[in-house]
Design a protein around this ligand. Structure first.
Ligand code: PRX
Length: 635
């Protein structure tokens, strides 16, 4: 059952202007798609040839151990080489790579040259701290340039970064440190958000107390408030970068195409978050090719992906994809409405942003403040817009299109996942759009909507969204848990060899795809992915709670919010104080995004005879919908 509300397909078309079409990098989607389907390996080899490799591949795709696919087998490369080193040898050394603005209004710019030097220096620092190829480094920071530098420095020396979003709690951070077994952690003293300091280092101290594997903590000074520094464990970034060891030259280590680049934890159906693993070779080809096709990036562009670098969108489309293409990216630290709801539009005007990529929840949030805020600004530099993270409701789509894009800028609604590494279903600027549809698959990607037996659903009928052939940006495994990788993604359609996405979707008569939402127990809150099991086990870890069930409920701005139902331990009574305590508890266990919008104390939960909680029934009751088939409900 889908978690989100869903607007049915509308037959409303929007076409790009002739000039958008003529200037697009992909002018003929159908031909490019057909080219890929005709010769998949040749197609991806041609994309890969646009990048630099230390040694060529012997084979493009090795499917002999499917679903453990290998791409560009035998090739040697390093994604940091393609993102930085190779640009230094060209005129791009002087081009801006990163334009950063802090929430308080401070600014920094990095040319490719400067970014390359900073990355080299920090890579040498990490080496000096004993970080070696294959070591995992956890990164827990706000949206500052040093986050980008830290990721690239790890890649450069072959270390595997595990970036943990700065909104996660000490508990969530400790779990991720533990799973990755990181001995080095990079953080900030704090981050600015809505005019307040988020005290990141305090969270780190508590997480490291729980996960003492961490030997070294490197701290970027951002908010400059008082923090505790533990002698022999904690070091200031700026002190280390001033040491002779922080030399401005550092070779990019030769990596096998299939060597790990990063782990990114994401919520799944069951239990603990899983570490999605991506590699150097295929990922660099996939992120750069898809970014070029969809967002049409050219040297004169100013690209702004407004996501957090701590999520896959930021990894692929703030850090790696744009740098590989030699693009100029904007990075903004804070909230969109700080100090006023025109902050984003001011940034667009001031920096001449040409392509803006964001999420429906942000669009809906800004839409709420009214048209006057964007209308105060000259947004004429924009030429393309983008959306990601959850289905975009047609109303938000139209607002984005009319009020922000002035009906000139096509909206690229990109469907993809942490697991896919890059866009999977998305328009390119030259195709017709329908608000709410991510349109058709990326060239080289084959997707379909099928029923539980694998039979394709006819147009208009809901089913499971599957991916029918491998792609270079695909996850390689779940870190340290290959069984979970196979079971989660490849067992449902084992005979066909398809990847199951966990989303339900439908096609329409034009072959356009409409994503309905998750059909497993994953809830999208403000575009962030949370597992019901994760939140439930967080609640049950409180001493007052015996059992808990959570569901996602539609919300106008956030897409979904969490409703929780708790059975208290015998003899305990619910109270407002306990409600607050439980909310606080979740804030500490997982983070603010997981805090339920509503918690209800109940004497019982609807369960099947085998004891499974019927969340469907809870949801139907909460929304006032019919409860459907109750034959399996235990009395
Ligand atoms: O349900 C889909 C939704 O987000 C899920 C993936 O979440 P995550 O791994 O956090 O990655 C988000 C950024 C890529 C998908 O299974 N989703 C993502 N993009 C869209 C979407 N749903 C509808 N339309 C989209 N454009």
């Amino acid at each position: 059952m889908a978690q989100e509300t869903f607007a049915p397909p509308v037959s409303e078309w929007y076409y790009p202007s002739d000039s958008v079409k003529e200037n697009a990098i992909v002018r003929d989607y159908e031909s490019l798609y057909a080219e890929a389907q005709g010769d998949l390996e040749g197609f991806w080899a041609r994309q890969a040839e646009k990048l630099d490799w230390f040694a060529p591949w012997e084979k493009v795709l090795d499917a002999s151990e499917a679903p453990f696919y290998k791409w560009f087998v035998g090739a040697k490369t390093n994604i940091a080489y393609n993102a930085l080193d190779r640009h230094i040898k060209t005129w791009r050394r002087n081009k801006l790579a990163l334009v950063w603005e802090g929430e308080p209004g401070d600014k920094q710019t990095f040319s490719y040259w400067r970014l390359w030097r900073e990355v080299n220096k920090f890579a040498n620092v990490l080496k000096g701290m004993g970080v070696r190829k294959g070591d995992r480094v956890t990164v827990y920071m706000g949206r500052v340039p040093e986050l980008v530098i830290a990721m690239l420095a790890c890649a450069k020396i072959g270390a595997v970064h595990s970036v943990v979003y700065g909104g996660f709690s000490e508990h969530a951070l400790a779990d991720r440190i533990e799973d990755a077994q990181s001995r080095v952690l990079i953080t900030c003293d704090g981050a600015w958000l809505r005019g307040n300091i988020v005290r990141l280092k305090d969270v780190v101290d508590e997480a490291v107390r729980r996960s003492p594997i961490v030997e070294t903590v490197i701290v970027v000074k951002r908010t400059a408030h008082d923090i505790a520094m533990e002698q022999g464990r904690d070091y200031w970034y700026h002190d280390l970068m001033a040491l002779p060891i922080a030399n401005g030259n550092c070779e990019s280590v030769e990596m096998d195409a299939e060597d790990p680049l990063f782990i990114l934890y994401t919520s799944g159906t069951t239990g603990k978050p899983k570490g999605i693993l991506h590699t150097h070779g295929g990922y660099q080809v996939y992120t750069s090719a898809t970014l070029e096709w969809v967002f049409d990036l050219k040297d004169e562009d100013r690209w702004w992906c407004a996501a957090d670098p701590g999520w896959i969108t930021g990894h692929s489309y703030i850090v790696y994809g744009p740098l590989i293409l030699g693009a100029t990216s904007i990075l903004y630290e804070g909230a969109p409405n700080q100090p006023y709801p025109n902050r984003w539009w001011k940034i667009v005007e001031e920096y001449g942003v040409t392509v803006l990529y964001t999420a429906p929840t942000a669009i809906r949030g800004l839409m709420r403040f009214g048209d006057a805020w964007p209308n105060r600004h000259d947004l004429s530099s924009l030429r393309l817009l983008g959306s990601v993270g959850e289905p975009i409701n047609p109303e938000a789509w139209r607002w984005f299109y009319k009020v922000i894009g002035k009906e000139r800028c096509p909206i690229m609604d990109t469907w993809w996942q942490t697991e896919t590494g890059g866009f999977m279903i998305s328009p390119v600027p030259s195709v017709g759009l329908k608000p709410g549809s991510a349109t058709r698959p990326i060239p080289g990607v084959e997707v379909d909507v099928v029923d539980d037996h694998g039979v394709p659903c006819p147009p208009g009928v809901d089913g499971n969204l599957v991916i029918k052939q491998p792609w270079p940006g695909m996850l390689r495994t779940v870190y340290k848990d290959p069984d979970r990788f196979v079971k989660q993604y490849w067992t449902t359609y084992q005979d066909q060899g398809w990847y199951i996405t966990g989303d339900s979707a439908r096609k329409d008569d034009d072959g356009y795809f409409w994503i309905i939402g998750r059909n497993d127990d994953v809830i999208k809150v403000s575009g962030y992915r949370l597992g019901t099991a994760e939140v439930e086990s967080g609640l049950v870890s409180h001493p007052a709670v015996a059992e808990a069930a959570v569901i996602g409920m539609p919300d106008e701005v956030r897409g979904s919010v969490i409703y929780a139902y708790c059975i208290l331990k015998a003899g305990l009574e619910g109270s407002d104080a306990l409600l607050d305590e439980l909310k606080n508890h979740i804030r500490h266990e997982i983070g603010p995004i997981a805090v339920p919008a509503r918690i209800e104390f109940v004497p019982q939960l609807p369960k099947t005879r085998s004891g499974k909680i019927m969340r469907r029934v809870l949801k139907a009751r909460a929304t006032g919908q019919p409860e459907g088939d109750l034959s399996t409900l235990e009395e």
